[in-house]
Each structure stands twice: as structure tokens, then as C-alpha cells.
Design a protein around this ligand. Structure first.
Ligand code: CO
Length: 468
């Protein structure tokens, strides 16, 4: 204990915290006044982009996500900015051509991102190759995140082997991404110790408070030598979000892991966000249900977001009484699908299929297109083989892919450029269009209309300046 090793913190309030608690609805306008203070804390990084933020900006807030990034960068001069990236799916739901992935990485870094956290929902490292290479080329920090999950296949040997492969791939650090809050405190000791022995690159831990163990897990992970932990400022912490920044900072004060962050400064930041939290509670955007401990996530090993998706799908089908049956079906479907982790998009695919299996009264009588794609290898390789009977029932004798899925996706940037040329105002627009074609076009039209409105009002002011 004599050697000091300050733990570092990634602040998630501008990304995961509001994605987890208030459906990613925090606007750029809300963020900007506090960015300079956040920049003064001395965080390891400020997670502020990627994940669902891109989609939500365009779709619900009518904001250009690229513009948000540039504005944050403008005010955060010292702290590295971090984003979350879904491997070959970028921020979308399908594998993209390598040229789109490379261009997205290039533009993210050019607009202000320093650290790119890249993950794949099956932990198939082939789906991360292009993004990692592109980050290396653009001199960004490429962090590979392992989607943490439980199951027979996920032994310590599995985690340490994959960590070594990640280091060899040229990643700059590794993140244990525990999206469901399944990593228990003493397991964290074991896992972090094993990973620290296996690789030289830094290890970061990302978890959610959903199951109630997260702060204890961080404490054990820090004692075992984890380098960075992900926390959220208290007004948007706990529940389905991360442990609170101030609490973790205070916990390690005066120990060899002392962050050295200024609690007074953190208090000022919390003061800024607290009225916003109240506002969100009042409008119903922040549901108090998401704030408590959800022990079902430990029992059924499904992420909090997936539980609420299942509830709403069953409600739509008028089959709410089937909730527990579906929860029990989820692990069975997951097993049929090669025991994959449950994270976007595999969580949605497994969840929807479990609902269908229960509602139809016969397993795999009805199957989604995505289920067929998973079982044809189009999302990549799973840790265990698919259940051959289920595979046969769902896809028959259709061809099964064993290569890197993106090898079958041709380069597509040129086609995309041609399709959206009439809306283009900046190079980045083609990337917004690539990810969410319809939503991006709606946004481009909105942007155009706003400009026309502004021009008109500027003309009015000008006329008004002269007495008639
Ligand atoms: Co998260």
C-alpha cells in the first residue's frame, strides 16, 4: 500500500449517464455552459459522443451531432474527449463497408475525439479490426471494449486470451464493458488481477449501477489495479447509470488511489446539473423506476435497457402476463445463439426472438430477419457454436458465413455521396446519412428550413433599422 497509484475517472454525464437515465435527451445547449468546469477537474477523459447520442441528436433534438462535438471540443481544451463505437456497425445497426468505417473514424478524430472505445456485440475481434487500424492511422487512442457477460464459455482463460489478442491487434487500452452490472465485487478482483497479469496496456472498467453492486465492484477493481473507472456526476448517477463521481473521489481520498480531484469544483458541477435532474423528474423523462436497484438483472442476467424493451414489446402485443416466461426464455435463446453477450444489437435480437417464442407458443415458429442473420453468421462468430437444430429450423439449408462479415460488404461511400449530394453542407453529412438515412434527410431539410427562416428574419431586422 506504500506505492501510490491514483485511479483515473472517465466522466460519463455527457453520454452514458443521460443515455441510461433520460433516453439520451440532453441537448448541446444544456451541456455547453458546464464544459469548461468539467475540463478543469482533471478527468482521464470526458465521454461525450457516440452510442445513442448521434441518433438521438438528429432524430429527437434536431441537432447536428458533429456540431455538438466541435462545440464541446472548443471548450474542453485539456481533457481528452471519448466516444463509444459499435465496431463495424459504427453507431448504427448493420455492418458497414470498410471505407465508411475508416472515414467515420477519420472525421471523428478530426472533429475532436481523442479516445475511441470500440466494441462488438459478439466479442468477434474481426469486427473491430478496421476501426482499430483507422484510429491508429489517425493517431487516436483505440480502446477495445470487451462486452462482459456470464456463461460456461466465459472463463478467466477466455478473458485473458482475448485480452492478449487485443493487445496484439494494436489497441492502446482495454475496457471491461459491463453493460448489465453483472460483475460482482470479488469477481472484479479476480478478473482485473488476471488481466493486469496478461497484458501491459491499461485496463478500464465500465459498469452500470442497475443491480446495486457497482460502487463495491469499482472499489475491488481499483484495489486490484484497474487504471480507470467510469463514473457520472451525482445528479445523473446510480440506477441504470454509473456510480457517482463525487462518491468514488471521496472514497479514495487519502489512500494510494487518491484521484486528487477538487470536491468543491465537483460540487459546483453537481449544482449545475441538479435543477436539470428535477426538471427531468417533473416532465417524466427521468423515471424513478430506473433509479432503484433492479435485482432481476442479476437473476436473469439481462441489461436494464433490455428489461424495459421487453416490457414495452409485450404491452404492444397485449401479452404483459408473459413477462416472466419471456425472461426465462431469454437465456435459452442466448444459448441457442452461441451464448453471445447481450448488448446492442444482440440484446434486441435475442429479446425480440424470446418474445416471439413465448407469444407464438412454439419456439422459432416465427423468426425475425435478424435472428436468421445471426444464425447465418452475418454478425460474426460466437464463443460457442449455434444450436444446430435451431439453426436448421430458422435458416434451412441457406449458406452460413464464416469469414469476417464485412468482407462481404462492398465499399459504399461513393454511392452514399451520390445519394445525398443535394443536401450536403459539410463533408460529415454523408456519414450522418450513411448511419440513419431517413432521419438524416429529415434533419437536413429541417436545417435548410431554419436557415431560410433566419435569413428572412435578418432581412426584417435590416429593414426595421431604417425609418420608412
Ligand atoms: Co454503458
Amino acid at each position: 500500500m506504500s506505492q501510490t497509484k491514483p485511479v483515473r475517472i472517465t466522466e460519463t454525464i455527457l453520454r452514458d449517464a443521460h443515455q441510461s437515465l433520460i433516453a439520451t435527451r440532453m441537448s448541446t445547449e444544456r451541456m455547453l455552459p458546464i464544459v469548461e468546469k468539467l475540463d478543469q477537474v482533471g478527468y482521464h477523459s470526458l465521454e461525450c459522443w457516440g452510442g445513442a447520442t448521434f441518433d438521438a441528436s438528429l432524430r429527437f433534438l434536431h441537432e447536428d451531432p458533429w456540431d455538438r462535438l466541435r462545440k464541446i471540443k472548443d471548450k474542453a481544451k485539456k481533457t481528452p474527449l471519448q466516444m463509444l463505437f459499435r465496431g463495424q456497425n459504427i453507431l448504427g445497426y448493420r455492418p458497414y463497408g470498410d471505407d465508411v468505417v475508416e472515414y467515420f473514424v477519420q472525421k471523428s478524430i478530426a472533429n475532436g475525439i481523442d479516445i475511441i472505445r470500440i466494441f462488438d456485440c459478439l466479442n468477434d475481434l474481426r469486427n473491430l479490426e478496421t476501426a482499430v487500424k483507422a484510429s491508429n492511422k489517425e493517431k487516436g487512442h483505440a480502446q477495445i471494449a470487451l462486452s462482459y457477460t456470464l456463461g460456461d464459455a466465459y472463463t478467466m482463460e477466455y478473458w485473458t486470451n482475448i485480452a492478449k489478442e487485443i493487445e496484439n491487434m494494436g489497441a492502446d487500452s482495454i475496457c471491461i464493458k459491463d453493460m448489465a452490472g453483472l460483475l460482482l465485487p470479488y469477481k472484479a478482483t479476480e478478473l482485473v488481477t488476471a488481466l493486469k497479469e496478461a497484458v501491459k496496456i491499461p485496463i478500464q472498467l465500465h459498469t452500470h449501477y442497475t443491480s446495486g453492486v457497482a460502487s463495491m465492484t469499482y472499489m475491488k477493481a481499483v484495489e486490484a489495479g484497474v487504471d480507470v473507472i467510469d463514473c457520472a456526476m451525482s445528479p445523473l448517477a446510480l440506477g441504470t447509470s454509473q456510480p457517482a463521481t463525487e462518491v468514488m473521489v471521496e472514497t479514495f481520498k487519502g489512500t494510494p488511489y487518491d484521484t486528487g480531484y477538487d470536491q468543491n469544483l465537483l460540487a459546483e458541477i453537481a449544482d449545475y446539473f441538479r435543477p436539470y435532474r428535477d426538471e427531468c423528474l417533473e416532465s417524466g423523462l427521468l423515471n424513478p423506476k430506473n433509479m432503484g436497484v433492479n435485482i432481476k438483472t442479476l437473476l436473469y442476467q439481462v441489461p436494464g435497457g433490455m428489461l424495459s424493451n421487453l416490457t414495452s414489446q409485450l404491452k404492444d402485443l397485449g401479452a404483459e402476463d408473459k413477462y416472466y416466461e419471456v425472461l426465462e426464455e431469454v437465456p435459452r435463446v442466448r444459448k441457442d445463439f452461441g451464448e453471445c453477450p447481450l448488448v446492442t444489437p444482440s440484446s434486441q435480437i435475442v429479446g425480440s426472438q424470446a418474445v416471439m417464442n413465448v407469444v407464438a407458443g412454439e419456439r422459432y415458429k416465427m423468426v425475425t430477419k435478424e435472428t436468421k442473420d445471426v444464425l447465418s453468421g452475418k454478425y460474426g462468430k460466437t464463443v460457442k457454436p449455434f444450436n444446430p437444430e435451431v439453426q436448421k429450423k430458422c435458416i434451412g439449408d441457406a449458406e452460413v458465413i464464416t469469414c469476417r462479415p464485412a468482407d462481404l460488404v462492398p465499399n459504399e461511400l461513393e454511392t452514399l455521396e451520390a445519394e445525398m449530394a443535394q443536401y450536403k453542407e459539410q463533408d460529415e453529412d454523408v456519414l450522418s446519412y450513411a448511419l440513419f438515412p431517413q432521419v438524416a434527410v429529415d434533419f437536413f431539410k429541417y436545417r435548410e428550413a431554419q436557415k431560410t427562416k433566419m435569413d428572412a428574419s435578418a432581412a426584417d431586422t435590416k429593414n426595421g433599422a431604417y425609418p420608412v
